[in-house]
Design a protein around this ligand. Sequence first.
Ligand code: C2O
Ligand code: CU
Ligand code: CU
Length: 519
Amino acid sequence: MARVRRSRVPRVWRWVIGVTLGGLTIGLGFFGWAAWAWFTITVDTTGQVDFDQPVAIPPLAQSRVVDGERTFDLTAQTGTSNFGRGDTPTWGINGDYLAPTLRATRGEQVRMRVRNDLPETTSMHWHGMHLPAQMDGGPHQPIAPGDTWEPYWTIDQSAATLWYHPHPHGDTAEHIYRGVAGMFILDDPAEDSLDLPDRYGVDDIPLIVQDKKFNTDGTLNENHSTFQSAGVTGDTVLVNGTVDPYLAVSTERVRLRLLNASNTRPYNFAFADNRDFDMIASDGGLLAEPLPVNHIQLSPGERAEIIVRMEPGERVVLRSGPSDSGARMAGGADRLDIIELRAAPSLTPAPDLPEKLMDQPRLDPADASKFRSFDLSGFSINGQGMDMNRIDHTVTLGDTEIWEVTNVDGGSHNFHVHDVQFRVLDINGHPPPPQLEGQKDTIWIRPQETVRLIMRFTDYTSTSAPYMFHCHTLRHEDLDMMGQFLVVEPTWDGNLPDAFTVGPATTDDRLPGLSNHQH
Ligand code: C2O
Ligand code: CU
Ligand code: CU
């Protein structure tokens, strides 16, 4: 009987070839999918936005002065919003979406009564604020559903556009995306003496810029595509929660307080006619003098104040163009129409801009007593993810330090430090551009770029409550791209507690040594 000869290829090789061909097919498929994602991810809405809705102006938060403290009541709650797609479930503070604008003056004592009526634990962080770590509202100060957290501190920094938002460990992106975020405007008598537009909602306008993705049923789509490691980007821009927004301008000059409150996306703002405008402030307050520019780039968490000059009757669109970040999958190649400015047929005259604004204190690198370096890569900083029970750095009160931060992997990273406003010493060894010369708390870091920041830590110490530093690309932050530092007394003995979880400060549970007032 003839033997049936099967293939001469040994069985193991047949297996190897099969797996290789299969792998190649899958690999090519994946490559094709990735390439398709790369080419189709960009969004261009220029010329396609109707601008038929007056932009909402967040109300100023009500407050009352009790025992010398300006007290605000804030309730995080669920709600329903209309973004032109039926009912969209959203979250907000004292309302359905976003939050009232907080406003306080340098020297004032403030107290926040933050109630959590959300179905999940959250927290409330005062981004850009110099304050005790126990009051900072980071991951160590969670607020359980039904609880009220009551931090208090004294405003002790220059006039600035800050903001506030949740910071619960691992859930910050979702909570902000669903709508919990607001502006926190600080006033300062030194700023009041300058003749700047300052009538809130008239010639001094907050612009909270966010991009959203919607499901067909009108709900917010929180899912990012497989290739968007930085998180979700959207094709719909909301300004103060308004879709298709326009701003009616009634004065010759209008001051816009721009906040990038998006999860991921960097914006590169410019006007459609490429006009010049004046930048007057960065994250931490006024620049030394008005800076004429025609575009301004803001990564998530960054702010800028600009003054725009308008002619009677004209209309001009504020747009966002591609950023110089290379963050294509994070929306860095997109073109978006943001808001239309519509000037009335006759405009109230506005005085010329002051030539000088504010000389903020400079820090001398020669005074720096400590140098630290931070490599941003993947979802980690210096190769480590956030550990709530690990202190990464201990800073001595009163010290000036230089922090060198590098975007090692080319991902979509920025860097935010709690408690302080820093100055940019240099970027890749070169002096920073004038937009980055003022006080900052968040800075975009381009691929392979190294920035050196100088900062000084004053006033508040604790060996149990840390401050955070992190990437403000919210998905990265939630995936533990964050670290912690303590600010300690020069006499500190080096002992640390076993755990750093500091519960909420409530009226009954006073944190010792922080306040000299009692109710
Ligand atoms: Cu805007 Cu640590 O936050
Ligand atoms: Cu912050
Ligand atoms: Cu990052």
